[in-house]
Design a protein around this ligand. Structure first.
Ligand code: PLP
Length: 436
């Protein structure tokens, strides 16, 4: 019997080796890592540049408390990262993962307003979003299944719809007028709450796991940002999934000319080599209060080994990010070739190397499979048994039903491997949905 409090119902295979876009288990089975775990691995498995950088750092200074020391690792990494961020005079608060980053960002937003004499606490978020599993991050996440058991603890958030082109919440305005409707809904919600009570609007620039790589229309972000700016509401761009080249730019915000007040980062930041998350804010947000007045902190924030891992990953990404858009197009083409005519494939969408396939019971009505059929779980298991790892998600259509295959392979994945990933994904879908 294992002493591990397991995350899966069935004992998972034991991973023993990983290189590039491949993982091997203890029985020798090889897996194509089509999702980089949970869309984490950018620079590929087994990158010695990263492992050596972490080892060197651990050998020199393994740990110091962030309030007692700074380190060359943290200083040089944040300086290089700040220069890449779509914000002016960025300041970076390193933490240990995406949820911690979101917790930090929410507290930072409130703290900013308090420092300016404004008691703002309400956060506007979007249905169909995911920002993490800690209590504050879950409170702003729109996934009913994750929220339900903890609902008595989750409050202080107002939700508006997310831009989900395949199931547009504003069908009468679709497609050219949706962005104006989204902005109107945001403005109405802030005004109903009282603009002087709303601290922040948090959203993923491209919806990630919950709605599956939904790319908003071209004017969505400029309109949403204008509403926030006019009402003094801070805009938090959660780029935990979309950052560090995943979408073909360093940060997804860049596709839309979005310049957030606060950004949250994680996953691809250290490519899984270290549990690293980051919060970045503009100089204006930072300077509203002296750093030591922001009542916050974690034992492992500002960790030098995390910074060393992040810095080594960043250096590798410089050579990888320019090729992501073309690789993403290749993957999209392969998925389209394999699946566009499938009677249960409703939509194939995404950007860069973040791609999703939405499965439906009926293409003409776009009705999803009922949850009890556990379609995505069966497809994920089938793919895994064929040596292909995909990231499955359920609930996109209405919070409960709606099955999604999400692909987010390492950015080092070769074209041949991308084609193989599309073919294996299609085979798993075909096999499970053969009873059509
Ligand atoms: N924000 C987004 C957009 C995410 O996709 C995730 C994780 O999937 C998180 C936050 C939470 O990150 P973590 O799981 O590292 O706590």
């Amino acid at each position: 019997m294992s002493s591990v409090y397991a995350r899966s119902a069935h004992p998972p295979p034991r991973a023993v080796r990983a290189r590039g876009s491949l993982i091997w288990d203890a029985t020798g089975r090889e897996y194509l890592d089509g999702s980089g775990g949970a869309i984490v691995v950018g620079v590929g498995h087994g990158a010695t540049e990263v492992t050596e950088a972490v080892t060197r750092q651990l050998a020199s200074v393994g740990y110091v408390h962030g309030s007692m020391f700074t380190t060359e690792a943290v200083e040089s990494y944040t300086a290089d990262l700040a220069a890449l961020l779509p914000m002016t005079d960025a300041r970076i608060y390193p933490v240990s993962g995406g949820s911690e980053a979101v917790e930090t960002a929410l507290k930072l937003a409130r703290s900013f307003h308090l420092a300016r004499g404004e008691d703002r606490s309400i956060v506007i978020a979007r249905t169909g979003s995911y920002h993490g599993n800690s209590r504050g991050a879950l409170a702003v996440s729109g996934r009913p299944g994750l929220r339900e058991p903890y609902s008595p603890w989750l409050s202080g958030t107002e939700f508006i719809p997310a831009p989900y082109e395949y199931r547009c919440p504003f069908p009468a305005a679709h497609p050219s007028g949706c962005a104006a409707e989204h902005a109107r809904r945001l403005a109405e919600t802030i005004d109903r709450c009282g603009a002087d009570r709303v601290a922040a609007f948090i959203a993923e620039p491209v919806c990630g796991a919950t709605l599956g790589a939904c790319v908003p229309g071209p004017d969505y972000w400029s309109r949403m940002a204008a509403v926030c700016r006019d009402r003094g509401v801070l805009l938090i761009a959660d780029e935990v999934m979309t950052g560090f080249g995943r979408t073909g730019r360093w940060f997804a915000s860049e596709h839309f000319g979005l310049r957030p007040d606060i950004m949250t980062l994680g996953k691809g930041a250290a490519s899984g080599y270290w549990p690293l998350g980051l919060v970045a804010c503009t100089g204006v947000v930072h300077d509203a209060q002296p750093a030591n007045r922001f009542v916050h902190g974690f034992t492992y924030s500002h960790h030098p080994a995390g910074a060393a891992a992040g810095h080594a990953v960043l250096r590798l990404l410089r050579g990888l990010v320019p090729a992501v858009s073309a690789k993403g197009e290749r993957l999209a083409r392969a998925l389209t070739t394999e699946l566009a005519d499938h009677p249960h494939v409703g939509d194939i969408r995404g950007i860069g190397l973040l791609r999703a396939v939405e499965l439906v019971a009926d293409r003409s009505t776009r009705s999803p499979f009922p949850r009890h059929r556990r379609v995505i779980e069966r497809i994920t298991a089938m793919a895994s048994s064929e040596g292909m790892l995909i990231y499955g998600s359920a609930g996109c259509a209405d919070g409960t039903d709606g099955d999604l295959v999400l692909l987010g392979p390492p950015l080092v994945t070769s074209e041949a491997q991308l084609d193989a990933m599309a073919a294996k994904t299609a085979r798993a879908i075909n096999t499970v949905l053969a009873d059509r």
